[in-house]
Ligand binder design. Structure first.
Ligand code: DQA
Length: 147
């Protein structure tokens, strides 16, 4: 199977950005550990980050037409604002797992609502950067169940 990891705004700054909340691991390091897990599980993995809502929508549409088997999505702040990203994800036949590094339920009230959670196959919150790896494992398990 072939999966994709999508990262939204400000996640390019991981490692420097609010380390007390997000830790010291960079996005490139997360990419490496996900690639290792994916190869263990015999999965292909593509990687995308953008600070722009429309670019994320374009990438989701591209993945949908390429027939991806699943997505890991950390939409960053767009999680809490973007009907456009929700609509793009709704057109996918493949499942997606929503990931947040921080525990969004233990922070400001506006982070508790997600436009994505009710259409996600699963949600991983507050597990730190390990959440990405857990999400890849989950997609692999789901793809196995569906043959
Ligand atoms: C985040 C949580 C969001 O509320 C925030 O806007 C982010 C990162 C996380 O991974 O914890 O940019 O998605």
């Amino acid at each position: 199977p072939s999966f994709a990891v999508l990262n939204g705004p400000n996640l390019n700054l991981l490692g420097q950005r609010e380390p007390a909340t997000y830790g010291r691991t960079t996005l490139a390091e997360i990419g490496k550990s996900c690639a290792t897990v994916a190869s263990e599980l015999d999965c292909e993995l593509s990687w995308f980050q953008s600070n722009h809502e429309g670019a994320l929508v374009d990438e989701i549409q591209r993945l949908a037409s390429d027939g991806t088997d699943g997505l890991v999505v950390n939409a960053g702040a767009y999680t809490h604002t973007s009907i456009a990203i929700r609509d793009a994800l709704s057109t996918l036949d493949a499942p997606f797992v929503e990931v947040h590094i921080s525990n969004v339920h233990a922070r400001e009230g506006f982070r508790a609502h997600s436009y994505l959670s009710d259409i996600a196959a699963g949600v991983i919150v507050g597990c730190g950067v390990q959440g990405y790896e857990l999400a890849v494992r989950r997609l692999s398990a789901l793809a196995g169940q569906h043959g």
